[in-house]
Ligand binder design. Structure first.
Ligand code: KG4
Ligand code: ZN
Length: 361
């Protein structure tokens, strides 16, 4: 066994997945997942049509120790095999973050192990290093239920935010549209399924922010437009629901591609003269086939290579947290046992705050 091999337990509790994983790192961009256990809370939140923070925190308390035990068991490890404990410390729902971080601190204290407080967004940002050994720099589009950002990943710990949403996250926009149409939660996959048989040209919906120089996003106006169109023709037939889904998805895909195209220009300027043309898409919405297809076309036109981590590593998971922790540990970075959980924690502290109310990071 090479002496620089490290084994890290990662804990993720920032939203509605309770997750733990064990990852081994043998060198830069050289990681292996030994286990990756995710316990989703979809059923607990379904009656409310969205994540209820208090229910989420309680559910994390109930299952986290079992999830950690399962992750260690599946990895064939015990706590004595670990070199460090990593946990998401933010951004996210504070109750859930505290559950995961306090658990990690307790294990670290009891076993005398280093603690690494990981930024959830860094977990997503570094995932291609784990899934396919992709080394920075690259351009990242992060699209999930909580986040919509375009970032330059310069290196581990070094990020520049090019754009963010000034209101809703993209996954949130999918979920709210689904709720309005009476579809099941979480709504993104449902909207996509119905969009496949709908007419994307039937409703002329706005493409918010399209053409703007700074690659920010906004989805609140689109959501309102969907509601107004739906109300105007209510009660909705199944065809109406499919057509609205398709028109919404088309508007989203065109908007995101426009914003990514703009970010590519800024990325190339920032890394001139030799920007590796690599675009990574991460987060739950990366599972959307229409979006992935359109980004593939954009990449083909612009000479970029598109990297989409496998689904289980795109949605929230412990492996990405363990991997980010291992990358930080390798640089000698670790955190004190009194490190706080942070509901808001921008990956790029230098980025100006976006002008909007619902901005999460
Ligand atoms: O990354 P994720 O699992 O959790 C966080 O929000 O951090 O992302 C979940 C989000 C939800 O809003 C869900 O509706 C959306 O990703 N989503 C999709 C699809 N699959 C998941 N949105 C559109 N199309 C999909 N196929
Ligand atoms: Zn996430």
């Amino acid at each position: 066994m090479p002496s620089n091999r490290t084994v890290v337990l990662g804990i993720e509790t920032s939203c509605d997945e309770t997750a733990a994983a064990v990852v081994a790192r043998a060198g830069p961009s050289n990681g292996r997942i030994l286990s990756n256990v995710v316990r989703a809370q979809i059923e607990a939140h379904r009656p409310y049509g969205g994540v209820v923070p208090e229910i989420a925190a309680r559910a994390h308390v109930e299952v986290l120790d079992l999830v950690i035990a399962r992750a260690l068991e599946e990895a064939g490890s015990d706590l004595g095999d670990l070199d460090a404990i990593a946990a998401t410390a933010g951004p996210g729902l504070i109750g859930g973050l505290l559950v995961g971080l306090v658990t990690a601190k307790s294990i670290a204290l009891a076993r005398g192990l280093p603690l690494i407080a990981v930024n959830h967004l860094e977990g997503h940002a570094l995932t291609p290093g784990l899934s396919e050994g992709l080394a920075p720099p690259y351009l990242l589009l992060l699209v999930s239920g909580g986040h919509t950002q375009l970032l330059i990943v310069h290196d581990v710990g070094k990020y520049r935010r090019l754009g963010t949403t000034i209101d809703d996250a993209l996954g949130e926009a999918f979920d709210k549209t689904a709720k309005l149409l009476g579809l099941a939660y979480p709504g993104g996959p449902e909207v996509e399924r119905l969009a496949r048989r709908g007419d994307p040209d039937r409703f002329d919906l706005p493409r918010p922010m399209k053409g703007r120089k700074i690659p920010d996003f906004s989805f609140a106006g689109l959501k309102t437009a969907v509601r107004q169109r739906a109300e105007a023709i209510a009660p909705l037939t199944p065809t109406d629901v499919a057509d609205i889904s398709a028109s919404f998805e088309r508007a989203v895909v065109e908007t995101v591609c426009d914003r990514v195209g703009r970010a590519m220009v800024l990325y190339e300027q920032a890394l001139a003269p030799a920007a590796p043309r690599a675009l990574v898409v991460a987060g739950g919405v990366a599972a959307n086939k229409a979006l992935a297809g359109a980004l593939q076309t954009l990449c083909a036109e612009t000479g970029y290579r598109l990297h989409v981590p496998p689904g289980a590593l795109c949605t929230d998971n412990g492996a990405m947290i363990a991997w980010a922790g291992a990358e930080r540990l390798a640089r000698g970075w670790r955190d004190p046992l009194d490190v706080p959980a942070r509901a808001r924690w921008p990956l790029d502290p230098g980025a100006p705050p976006a002008i909007g109310a619902g901005v999460k990071a």
